[in-house]
Design a protein around this ligand. Structure first.
Ligand SMILES: Nc1ncnc2c1ncn2[C@@H]1O[C@H](COP(=O)(O)OP(=O)(O)OP(=O)(O)O)[C@@H](O)[C@H]1O
Length: 663
């Protein structure tokens, strides 16, 4: 996403590329960049300044362990690649590149929400009054990282009880009618129930939901109370059997949160059926575009609805021509491969790829929609987060990085723009365009890439390559930024920024951070990557730091810890957490990626061949490559040495008294 202005020191939105691929904003914008360099720091800084002003330039990448591994398929210019004769089927790709979907669901899980029952002997008048506030309960149904946000549940009569029906959250008349009916309710009846009405005329309020199933996961049903600031009411989990066409009924007691435990017993009645997948491949016309939600270097991201299941997804469309022009074929295939790998890894904190396919012009990546928007958006609004909130995000990020590193993937572009929030407030890492797979034990890589503010010194210095430890450096920058509200190395221009990263001192606002938080930042921002926290045991070493003493990692990984903040998401089509610059745009009837002109000639089959990997992954070969966990370099205890000179290198705001550290 782009478009926000700089609001605080260093906390600015990355620039978006202009039509020619260059950056349209100032050079200190935070655009990801990639180039291989081999210069002194001064040369590097100068070279990188050029690079940055010219935009996101990426180059061939090598690992030191295997110099030819993962070499980019470098395409020549478009002119030579243009083939005569356009396809008759613009949305179907030529026969040599079949729209295979290797990561396809094995079926559909249909869930019918029958009723939510309030149980217990509610004779107490005060309790009855409390119950009236329950008119705005809604469900967030979680299947892996796929979420469904229900409309408000409706009071409905059961055979014995008084009927209460609230057709819509917006209908105040109906709400007050419901409320008054509720006040007439005979509270000593044993049961009253919420029923989502299947007869509702509002098509956005179905009483059932369908999930595309690739893995046989449990389904979590979370109940929230809209009338109390979307307060969490309780949760229940069901485990469908996943036998084809077997109808199942569930009558599930809800584990009610302490805030409501005194008040109610809840029980959720629902039914499910799992049906086999008939369709074997997908194309753009299987999806309906609903809203534009973001723009990246190579195309747009849309909120879409899959026509058969009516499930909501985010669809990233990448223009092949732009990719070829910018010599990004291998990185793009790499992004898709990594998403396939991470989907298989089933990390709850990595956005899950559901489908990938291509047309002669574009590539399509369909992922679960994260309706909470970018962490950047929320950080901009809050300026900084309370330490507990930052800790929660950093801890979930650590688990995401751990899942990636275990598979030999270095993420390389950790920043708030690439961290999305789901409806409940958990994080999900997206955008693997700069990630590097197959980083085997002891190997390093050399590509200069990432986003300026978060670059580790070893990436800038380009002395002996770098490894997974760059992600922990970025994590340190991120923790600082979240808790302090600005970037630790902030500078007005890129050269100074790089100097600050390589030589500068980090200063902490006095009294803002706990000793543990400061210590963790210091250990992560250790310029010697061999001594950086994480070098001796990867994420496990970081997890053992005192800052995380109160984190139950097992519960966190199971998403059993309540997020400290829940984004406001009103229904499954809600895009209010995304920039209106995109969401206000009219959505084209047809999907068109940036740089895609229907009048231009199609790409040649040679060029198209370069994208073959997009629809095919040799998973058996990959499994071998990803099996090994990167070896941790042996290191002494952190050599971080605090240096508390009171020298202001790069800040102008001195409302706080600062402490310095010299990483
Ligand atoms: N699954 C998703 N759910 C919700 N929003 C998403 C999702 N995927 C992407 N977005 C939105 O679209 C934006 C652009 O996506 P992404 O970063 O993947 O594109 P990109 O082309 O790699 O961008 P860039 O070139 O700037 O790195 C994201 O910052 C986010 O706001």
């Amino acid at each position: 996403m782009k478009g926000w202005t700089k609001s605080w020191f260093g906390l600015s939105k990355k620039s978006s590329p202009n039509q020619n691929g260059g950056l349209s904003n100032s050079e200190s914008g935070r655009s990801p960049l990639t180039v291989k360099t081999n210069h002194s720091l001064e040369e590097n800084v100068t070279a990188k300044k050029e690079i940055h002003t010219r935009g996101a330039i990426r180059d061939m990448e090598m690992t030191s362990a295997s110099p030819n591994a993962n070499e980019d398929v470098l395409m020549s210019g478009e002119s030579s690649a243009v083939q005569r004769g356009a396809s008759n089927y613009p949305h179907r790709i030529s026969s040599d590149i079949l729209p295979e979907v290797d990561h396809e669901p094995s079926g559909y899980l249909k869930l019918n929400i029958d009723s939510l029952k309030l149980e217990g002997n509610h004779t107490d008048a005060a309790m009855a009054m409390e119950c009236t506030s329950f008119k705005q309960l809604f469900l967030v149904i979680q299947f892996g990282t796929s979420e469904y946000v229900s409309p408000p549940l409706k009071w409905k009569s059961s055979t014995r009880d008084t009927a209460i029906s609230i057709p819509s959250r917006d209908s105040s008349a109906a709400a007050s009618r419901a409320s008054s009916m509720l006040s007439n309710f005979t509270y000593n009846t044993s049961t009253m129930s919420y029923c989502p009405t299947s007869s509702t005329p509002n098509p956005s309020a179905p009483s059932h939901v369908v999930f595309d199933v690739a893995n046989r996961l449990p389904v979590e049903l979370n109940i929230y109370d809209h009338s109390r600031g979307n307060c969490f009411v309780g949760q229940t989990v069901i485990h469908p059997c996943y036998n084809y066409n077997q109808y199942e009924q569930f009558n599930s007691p809800v584990e009610v949160s302490p805030a409501y435990a005194q008040l109610v017993d809840l029980r959720l009645e629902l039914s499910s059926v799992f049906q086999p997948l008939i369709k074997k491949s997908y194309a753009p016309e299987d999806f309906e575009p609903l809203k534009l939600i973001g723009k990246g270097t190579f195309g747009q991201v849309y909120l879409v609805r899959k026509k058969d299941t009516r499930r909501i997804y985010a669809m990233k469309i990448l223009s092949k021509k732009v990719i070829v022009r910018r010599k990004e074929v291998a990185h793009t295939i790499g992004e898709r491969d990594i998403l396939v790998q991470t989907a298989a890894a089933d990390s709850p904190f990595i956005v899950a790829l559901r489908f990938s396919f291509q047309t002669p012009k574009d590539l399509y990546l369909v992922t679960d929609y994260m309706a909470g928007g970018e962490l950047f958006w929320h950080l901009q609004k809050s300026i900084r987060f309370p330490e507990a909130r930052a800790k929660f995000y950093i801890a979930e990020l650590l688990l995401a990085l751990q899942a990636l590193h275990k598979r030999g993937i270095v993420y390389r572009d950790l920043k708030p723009e690439n961290i999305l929030l789901d409806v409940q407030g958990h994080i999900a890492l997206c955008d693997f365009g700069l990630s590097k797979a197959n980083l085997t034990v002891g190997s390093t890589t050399r590509t200069f890439c990432g986003t300026t503010d978060y670059l580790a010194p070893e990436v800038i210095l380009d002395e002996g390559g770098y490894d997974m430890m760059v992600d922990f450096w970025s994590l340190g920058v991120l923790l600082y930024e979240m808790t302090c509200g600005w970037s630790p190395f902030y500078a007005e221009n890129t050269q100074q920024l790089y100097k600050n990263i390589v030589f500068g001192k980090v200063r902490f606002p006095r009294g803002l951070l706990s000793a543990e938080a400061r210590d963790l930042i210091k250990l992560l921002l250790n310029r010697n990557s061999k001594n950086r926290l994480g070098a001796n045991g990867d994420a496990e070493e970081v997890k053992r730091h005192a800052f995380f003493d109160d984190i139950d990692w097992e519960k966190l990984n199971a998403k059993k810890l309540s997020p400290p903040f829940k984004p406001i998401v009103e229904g499954e089509f809600d895009v209010s957490n995304f920039d209106v610059e995109f969401t206000n745009k009219e959505v084209p009837a047809d999907f068109v990626a940036v740089g895609d002109m229907s009048t231009s000639a199609p790409l040649s089959s040679t060029v198209q061949n370069g994208f073959k990997g997009f629809t095919y992954v040799d998973s058996s070969a990959m499994d071998d490559a990803y099996n090994s966990e990167p070896e941790s370099p042996t290191s002494s205890a952190s050599s971080f040495h605090a240096d508390y000179h009171n020298q202001d290198i790069n800040r102008t705001n001195d409302d706080f008294f600062m402490e310095h550290i010299d990483p």
